[in-house]
Design a protein around this ligand. Structure first.
Ligand code: C2O
Length: 534
């Protein structure tokens, strides 16, 4: 295995989209940012130098960070952010993972423009468990605001209401021709008869997306850097934070086909950006890059299509890549996820939209939780996060009259190597919604899901403990629940949050603290000497 060195200079750059320009935060002036390439077992060193007037931190979304929690990246969770002029080397080894992941800023809403792919190839000489593609291509889906994104968020904080939705979606940084602005989008050349591996990433801030290529089917082979049983689909559903690898065979002879993405949201309470992003798949020999063949994307509320897609996902579970689902459960947890309203004196509307897990709206600390844990600093967090909802009610039924939440920096403590079953239950407070929940530091198995309230007796009987899909971000269905299992084999402090940035901001987040075991194998290493200070 190799050591791969990258240098990330965080710099401002003026970029033009939708026929208007604004300065954005970038890595090395690139948007989307550079792709990190590595192989399984490689060590990656990324030196990040902050040259912008914002505090910055970078998260390597989906990288397990076994015993290297200091390199995980969420600001105030595992590190203090890099202030202007500071630098930090993220140093981690990619253990037992191969596939597509990604990196993004993990502070404020800077990930709107600060993101890129992480491509992990199998160990040298190890083939993919599917036919070797002719070429591979990263397709990152995102969102674009014409105005300054931090200003959008600050405005929302002042009013207590939802922030403005984006003006367009993007594919590899380009919306394609929308809003009467006819600039062309990203274009992908293909040769007839060849097969391509698409590495699709949803880096959008606030929207689940449908993804389609006109005239072509896709064979899903991996999600969140874990192989799946291959299945054929014409539509992919992908939540913010998730990645999907799919094979596309260029089985037509010629032409220009739209690659498109548009939002999926079944019960919108606020407006969504419903603008379709387009890129082009063009057969060699075609000259113009504007697509001529389009395909109808599902309507925004096509829940059946989305459910059919997620229900088709299964772990590959081969001899070489077994699904190691734990059959016992040490910690059985039920967390409600949803929205609420709290009174707010400083907000112009007098109230403030909030979000919570088990009625706790998470309050960000001012020094990092991992430092507080490692150095035993008192008063930063408590470890009394409720294992169950403090009040039982019909979670998906009629709204309770009291929609106030409590506030706190509360963590849940897991013994090293214990097994966890976590049921995430959506609530209808304010409105039911699909919440893509992301767990740092672990992959988990999605053993079950359903509509309505989770039933402790009946639902576990139907769990799939054989070949459930393995991932790091899972959609909690609107008005329903999802059950996941994982082993707490990674010491440290691990953030868990909704990957809809607006919900993270409102407090739909918490963290697990996994105790240091006794032996060095089970312990977190000491912090690197260049770890930024708060
Ligand atoms: Cu991709 Cu905590 O985030």
């Amino acid at each position: 295995c190799l050591v791969r060195h990258y240098k990330f200079n965080v710099v401002m750059r003026k970029v033009t989209r939708l026929c208007s320009s604004k300065p954005i935060v970038t890595i090395n002036g690139k948007f989307p940012g550079p792709t990190i390439y590595a192989r399984e077992d490689d060590t990656v060193l990324v030196k990040v130098v902050n040259h912008v007037p914002y505090n910055v931190s970078i998260h390597w979304h989906g990288i397990r960070q076994l015993r290297t929690g200091w390199a995980d990246g969420p600001a105030y969770i595992t590190q203090c952010p890099l202030q202007t002029g500071q630098s930090y080397v993220y140093n981690f080894t990619i253990t037992g993972q191969r596939g597509t992941l990604w990196w993004h800023a993990h502070i404020l809403w800077l990930r709107a423009t600060l993101y890129g792919a992480v491509v992990i190839l199998p160990k040298l000489g190890v083939p993919y468990p599917f036919p070797t593609p002719h070429k591979e291509l990263v397709l990152i889906l995102g969102e674009w605001w014409k105005s300054d994104v931090e200003a959008v968020v600050n405005e929302a904080a002042k009013s207590g209401l939802a922030p403005n939705v984006s003006d367009a979606h993007t594919i590899n940084g380009h919306p394609g021709p929308v809003h009467g602005c006819l600039t062309r989008g990203f274009s992908m050349p293909v040769q007839p008869g060849k097969t391509y591996l698409l590495r699709i990433i949803n880096a959008a801030l606030n929207e689940d997306l449908f993804f389609k290529v006109a005239g072509h089917n896709l064979t899903v082979v991996e999600v969140d850097a874990a192989y799946t049983k291959p299945f054929i689909t014409d539509t992919i559903v992908i939540a913010p934070g998730q990645t999907t690898n799919a094979l596309l065979t260029a089985d037509l002879k010629s032409g220009k086909y739209a690659i498109s993405a548009s939002p999926f949201m079944d019960t919108p309470i606020v407006a969504v950006d419903n603008v379709t992003a387009t890129a082009t798949l063009h057969y060699t020999g075609t000259i113009s890059t504007t697509p001529t063949s389009f395909t109808g994307l599902p309507p925004q509320n096509a829940t059946l299509i989305a459910t059919k897609f997620t229900n088709s996902l299964r772990s590959l579970n081969s001899k070489q890549y077994p699904a190691r689902v734990s059959l016992e459960v040490d910690h059985s947890l039920l967390f409600t996820v949803g929205l609420g309203v709290n009174r707010c004196k400083t907000c112009s509307s007098g109230n403030q939209l909030v979000a919570d897990i088990n009625n706790v709206t998470f309050v960000m600390p001012t020094i990092s939780l991992l430092q507080a844990h490692y150095f035993n600093i008192d008063g930063v967090f408590t470890d009394d996060f409720p294992a169950n909802p403090p009040i039982r009610y019909d979670y998906t039924g009629k709204q309770p009259s009291n929609m106030q939440t409590t506030k706190g920096t509360r963590l849940y403590r897991l013994a090293y190597n214990s097994t966890v079953q976590l049921v995430l239950q959506d609530t209808a407070m304010i409105a039911p919604e699909n919440h893509p929940v992301h767990l740092h530091g672990f992959n988990f198995f999605v053993v079950g899901s359903g509509l309505g309230n989770f039933n402790h007796k009946k639902d576990p009987e139907k769990f799939n403990l054989v070949d459930p899909v393995e991932r790091n971000t899972v959609g909690v269905p609107s008005g329903g629940w999802v059950a996941i299992r994982f082993r707490a084999d990674n010491p440290g402090v691990w953030f868990m949050h909704c990957h809809l940035e607006v919900h993270t901001t409102w407090g739909l987040k918490m963290a697990f603290v996994v105790d240091n075991g006794r032996g060095p194998e089970e312990s977190l290493l000491p912090p690197p000497s260049d770890l930024p200070k708060c």
